[in-house]
Design a protein around this ligand. Structure first.
Ligand code: SF4
Length: 697
């Protein structure tokens, strides 16, 4: 019996990017565990990925290419050979490309976060083809844009330092479910005497364990940050030296926030004045004492109309109190820009054809519903005739789901899906191609939560006839006659091109070394902005941003109300008076893992969390089936009556596969395709609904 331990990386859309050890016995993976030597992973994987072996060998794995035999959406397929699958895809794509290659659209996101199996060979293929480009906005671009206007880049406090903070503000996220290793640091800080404060409309598993919880109205985080700035200035809880040396625009900021009195802030946020005063006092006084105060900012709060501005406003706070002076102070939204990624080398945009008659066309993945239903026009360009989906499940995850499904149901749309399982999107495919999982291919990973490069070595042979994404696009490139040498790069060669080894952060990076050792830490200074040096145009933390002014935005922090709230849309709220958010279920990761029986069994069925007063007003009792609806659609869920959501809010933890819910629907039936103030991102948490007891069927 031969037993091997393989160094691997968790590929999922989670900031923790764990270093994993895979046990392989006689060619079969038998266990995955966290690498105990990796400082961030510390030997711990979350429950979801601890079940990775169950997922890999799941009886429902797609193991062979398949062709549709039923109607679109029915999910009826017959097995075909790779040769036949590639021939049919090539024939269809060539015919479309002859008319206009921009009618072909790639659709992908973070099904794997790997630099190799993500956008490397795939993007080389689509760039060479001249396909439409995809604006990958679905998760993080609103907050990322707002953060970058203020701080200059997506970088900040090192997660490993949070255990030394004396106050941690956990804003807009639930790390117990979706940033576990940060949560472990926060718990350690708490044991050492730190105060943890959650800001979240919902009393999540995280908020329950913090000493303080501010349950503000969804979409009002920007207002809370403005109110905090007002109080820090009013009570002179400022680091004047830091402000003078390392920030830009303090005087206009001071004028701007003068109107954000605690009373006004409280009214907009739906919070007691005393809570806002308490938060400002704790944050400002802890910093004034010279103790580190840190904010962990997550993406939940930026899924509303003013989401970019909200992140920008919060990102101003550390500079006001001089929190950046400490390694354990500051703020972190994402650590992604610490990595010297060689995206151009990996994706080769230089391969795009230059055709003056066909300027590049970009399609926003967050409006895929409308875009699949758009006819050809001068402004839109050619109608989308083919979609190649990989690393994503748009029929379940994209907003305004009914339109997305309607688009994918078009008989004249040619759809190819690369997948592990028969997801909601696969049901609409013309051709399905079986993709390998993380245990079956090589990859290399950056993280958006820590500062390590993590290698993923293949642990087992591909199951069935599955192939890595890279290999599928290599084969397609060959069939299409693309002879550029870059299409011959192996996965290991791609991994070795992923980061710039001459950059000070990743000096001497080599795939060979990292694949053997499993990981390497970037050489990033602790307390990166202790003496300013922000990567903004001015080199300062920009309270005032010329870039924003040029982009047509308010150059100063401000508040942009939600599209849909009782205050901002009172007419709509007469019919749909409840705000709805749909944050992640603890045992799912987007739609990954929903089909793993043991994890789905833990979550049971789709629930709607509703406050007792809202439930009573509707005659709803705990356990009732409820119909949740708005002008876009409806779904059924089981009511869970508790005061975890604030009054006026309902919570549909997500993201369920539609076909695994009793009514074939999920929360995205109710979300809209309207976009954020910056970053062209979706507004998943900017939704009004109504709820009622469902009629017995
Ligand atoms: S999902 Fe996150 S916490 Fe879980 S193993 Fe992957 S990186 Fe680690």
């Amino acid at each position: 019996m031969s037993t091997r331990i393989i160094r691997a990386a968790c590929p999922h859309d989670c900031p923790d990017t764990c270093a994993m050890l895979v046990t392989v016995v006689d060619g079969k993976a038998t266990a995955v565990r966290g690498d105990p030597d990796h400082p961030n992973t510390a030997g711990v994987l979350c429950t979801k990925v601890s079940r990775y072996v169950e997922r890999t060998y799941h009886a429902d794995r797609l193991l062979y290419p398949m062709k549709r035999v039923g109607n679109k959406g029915e999910g009826k397929f017959t097995r075909i050979s790779w040769d036949d699958a590639l021939s049919e895809i090539t024939e269809r794509l060539q015919a479309i490309a002859t008319r206009d290659p921009r009618a072909i659209l790639p659709y992908s996101y973070a099904g794997t976060m790997g630099a190799v199996q993500g956008e490397s060979m795939a993007m080389r293929f689509f760039n060479r083809l001249g396909a439409s480009q995809l604006d990958r906005t679905i998760c993080a671009t609103a907050g990322g844009t707002g953060y970058k206007y203020t701080i200059g880049a997506k970088m900040g406090t090192d997660t490993e330092q949070y255990e030394n903070a004396k106050l941690i503000l956990i804003w807009g996220g639930n790390p117990v479910a979706s940033n576990l290793h940060f949560w472990m640091k926060a718990q350690e800080a708490k044991r050492r005497g730190a105060i943890l404060i959650a800001v979240d409309p919902y009393r999540s598993l995280t908020a329950e364990k913090c000493q303080h919880h501010l349950a503000l109205l969804p979409g009002t985080d920007a207002a809370l940050a403005l109110g905090l700035m007002h109080l820090l200035i009013r009570d002179d809880l400022l680091d004047h030296d830091y402000i003078d040396r390392y920030t830009l625009g303090f005087d206009p900021l001071k004028q701007r926030v003068a109107e954000w009195t605690p009373q006004r802030t409280a009214e907009i946020c739906g919070l007691p004045v005393g809570q806002i005063e308490m938060l400002a006092r704790l944050y400002g006084e802890t910093a004034k004492r010279g103790d580190p105060v840190a904010i962990r900012l997550s993406y939940g709060l930026q899924r509303v109309r003013g989401g970019g501005m909200a992140v920008r406003n919060i990102a101003c706070l550390p500079a006001l109190v001089g929190a950046w002076r400490h390694p354990a102070g500051g703020v972190l939204l994402s650590s992604g820009d610490n990595y010297p990624k060689r995206s151009n080398q990996m994706e080769r945009p230089d391969l795009r054809p230059h055709d003056v008659d066909r300027p590049p066309r970009v399609i926003n993945m967050s409006t895929i519903g409308d875009d699949l239903l758009s006819p050809s026009s001068a402004s839109f360009g050619p109608k989308v005739e083919a979609v190649i989906v990989y690393n994503s499940n748009p029929v379940a995850v994209a907003p305004e789901s009914a339109k997305v499904a309607q688009g994918f149901a078009r008989e004249d749309l040619f759809t190819v899906v690369l997948e592990h399982f028969q997801t909601d999107t696969v049901d609409y495919a013309d051709i399905v191609l079986p993709a390998t999982t993380q245990l079956e291919h090589a990859d290399i990973h950056a993280s958006y939560g820590h500062q390590y490069i993590i290698a993923n070595n293949p642990a087992i042979a591909p199951l069935g006839e599955s192939k890595p994404n890279t290999e599928i696009f290599r084969l397609l490139a060959a069939r299409m006659g693309f002879s550029d040498p870059c299409f011959l790069d192996t996965d290991e060669e791609l991994a070795s091109q992923a980061f710039d080894a001459s950059h000070p952060h990743a000096r001497d990076f080599s795939w060979q070394q990292v694949s053997q050792q499993g990981w390497m830490k970037l050489d990033v200074p602790v307390a990166p902005f202790a003496q300013g040096g922000f990567p903004t145009p001015s080199g300062r933390c920009e309270f005032y941003s010329e870039q924003m002014l040029r982009a047509g935005l308010d150059p100063l922090p401000t508040y942009i109300p939600p599209y849909e709230s009782v205050a901002s849309a009172p007419e709509l709220a007469k019919d749909y008076p409840l705000a709805m958010i749909s944050p992640p279920q603890r045992n799912f990761l987007n739609t990954t893992f929903v089909n793993v029986q043991s994890l789905r069994a833990t979550e049971g069925e789709p629930h709607l969390d509703i406050h007792p007063e809202d439930a009573a007003a509707r005659g709803i009792v705990d356990g009732d089936r409820v119909r949740v609806f708005n002008q876009r659609g409806e779904l059924l869920a089981k009511a869970r009556v508790s005061d975890a959501p604030r009054k006026g809010l309902v919570v549909a933890l997500s993201i369920w596969w539609k076909k695994l819910a009793s009514d074939g629907r999920n929360a995205n039936e109710l979300t809209s395709q309207r976009l954020t103030d910056m970053g062209r991102a979706p507004t998943f948490y900017d939704v009004l609904v109504q709820a009622e007891r469902a009629q017995p069927s």
